[in-house]
Design a protein around this ligand. Structure first.
Ligand code: HEC
Length: 140
């Protein structure tokens, strides 16, 4: 009886340790994407979208609209690679300018997407290289 109880406790403990280890690995991965993404943002995006993702008046949209980012999550890699033009609406405001194509590798796209998705008040989690690659295959 005692053995069974101990066994159950041991089993629970190892399950908890296992989950903790997984979470840790995930958060290390997240931090790596996020900090690389921050550098890419400074080099390739900040000039237009601003230090705090605030955009520029009526010309360049901000990156603070979590709803827009979430709804277009699987298109962001294509927007970055091929640029974006045409009318878009964020937070009730219309923008109709053009973003030039950015020649980033899929890994860099995943990193910068992870960065913007988790900066400027957004909390939308990790976009992995696998996700970015599969999104890029579907660019129109
Ligand atoms: C030369 C200026 C410029 C640069 C550089 C630029 N963008 Fe943009 N971006 C724009 C404009 C203008 C739009 C709106 C296009 C439209 O109206 O259709 C836009 C739209 C977007 C959107 C969709 C709308 C929104 O605000 O959420 C995202 C996401 C985005 N850009 C991310 C990026 C990222 C990430 C980078 C860097 C890899 C980047 N942009 C570099 C000008 C720029």
């Amino acid at each position: 009886m005692k053995f069974k109880k101990n066994g159950a406790i041991l089993c629970c403990l190892s399950a908890i340790l296992f989950i903790a280890a997984c979470e840790n690995q995930e958060s290390v991965e997240f931090k790596r994407y996020y900090s690389n993404g921050s550098l890419i943002y400074q080099q390739h995006c900040q000039n237009c979208h601003g230090t705090n993702g605030e955009g520029l008046s009526a010309l360049i949209p901000p990156l603070t609209d979590s709803v827009y980012l979430k709804n277009n999550r699987n298109s962001l890699a294509c927007y970055i690679r091929n640029g974006l033009k045409g009318k878009i609406t964020l937070d009730g405001k219309e923008f109709d300018d053009a973003m030039p194509a950015n020649n980033l590798a899929p890994m860099e796209a995943a990193e910068v997407i992870t960065y913007i998705q988790n900066s400027f008040g957004n909390k939308l989690g990790l976009t992995t290289i696998d996700q970015a690659e599969s999104d890029l295959e579907k660019c129109k």
